[in-house]
Design a protein around this ligand. Sequence first.
Ligand SMILES: *Cc1c(COP(=O)(O)O)cnc(C)c1O
Length: 365
Amino acid sequence: MATINVTRSSMPDFEEYCEEIRELWDSHWLTNMGIKHRTLEAELKKLLGCEYLTLFTNGHLALENILEAFDLHGEIITTPFTFASTTHAIVRCGCTPVFCDIDPATFTMDPGKIGALITDKTVAILPVHVYGNLCDVDAIDAIAKKHNLPVIYDAAHAFAVERDGVSAGAFGDAAMFSFHATKVFNTIEGGAVCVRNAEMLQRLCDLKNFGIHGPESTPYVGGNAKMNEFCAAMGLCNLRHLADEIEKRRLVAVRYDARLAGVPGLQINRVPDNVRFNYAYYPVVFDGYKYTRDEVYARLAEQDIIARKYFYPLTNAFECYQGLPGFDPKDTPVAAHVADRVLTLPMYADLPLEKVDQICDIILG
Ligand SMILES: *Cc1c(COP(=O)(O)O)cnc(C)c1O
């Protein structure tokens, strides 16, 4: 019996990809903002409704480059209920994460708890649209404006998510998307940043290319975070099938919902009516259910079905941060509660609905 993993990367037909990369053999232009890079950027600007967008080698470096571009030094209010990357980016850029608790229904940062965390050292707010659930962007925006702080969204999960027709890329002062192989839209490895003006965009373009602005001008101490032509070509192919992929994911989610919604002790993800969702993940919180999260995980694993405990442990419980002030999951009790009980079930476009039924049978059995 084949193992069912939590996700499976979307790929175009082999021939479609070969056709896409054919011209690279003519041009011998493999990276450094070639034709594929520029074409993908143009397509994504349209799709994400963001005029100021640039590509990166991955989402994590995109995030680090945003923090550098905004020249942030101090405390950044963020969430521990996320992938390692969010917190590591803050620390690796020399800033201090200050952990805000989450809302138990959406798993995103609880705006009501931000105010108490603001000090004279606070330099930014970095929330995450976790599982593709949009943060309460209006409330966060209001707090940020009041304190004159930039808001940088980790939108790694929120590709193609819209609220009232407005893309996740349009909220805040900057938004980062990840195009990692496991995300809804992938470029194998890749990422993008949306910002709000040409000056910030230029700074990011320079930073991702060693801080070089022109042949004789290097204004920044930059690194290397450019997306290469082969990854951009993969993105151009995958983009053609995006709507199809998301629709298939939606059908998987509908099937899970039909089996799991309303079962006492199970909390499933709710998508507001005004949101166009991407069905990136299918999280379930097992709270007061006949099996614990870990029991469900083990029962699925027995049948070669690999769910993931996303996001457990919380990033403020990581051993690399042990003993550091401010890194304590007890400070974020809602996030700690969810992290102990949540499981993301297998979710990808080609997951057969019979498998979804099998997974639900195991959970409900
Ligand atoms: C995937 C992910 C990242 C990092 O993106 P990469 O493209 O893998 O570097 C950052 N934040 C979150 C929440 C993610 O899920």
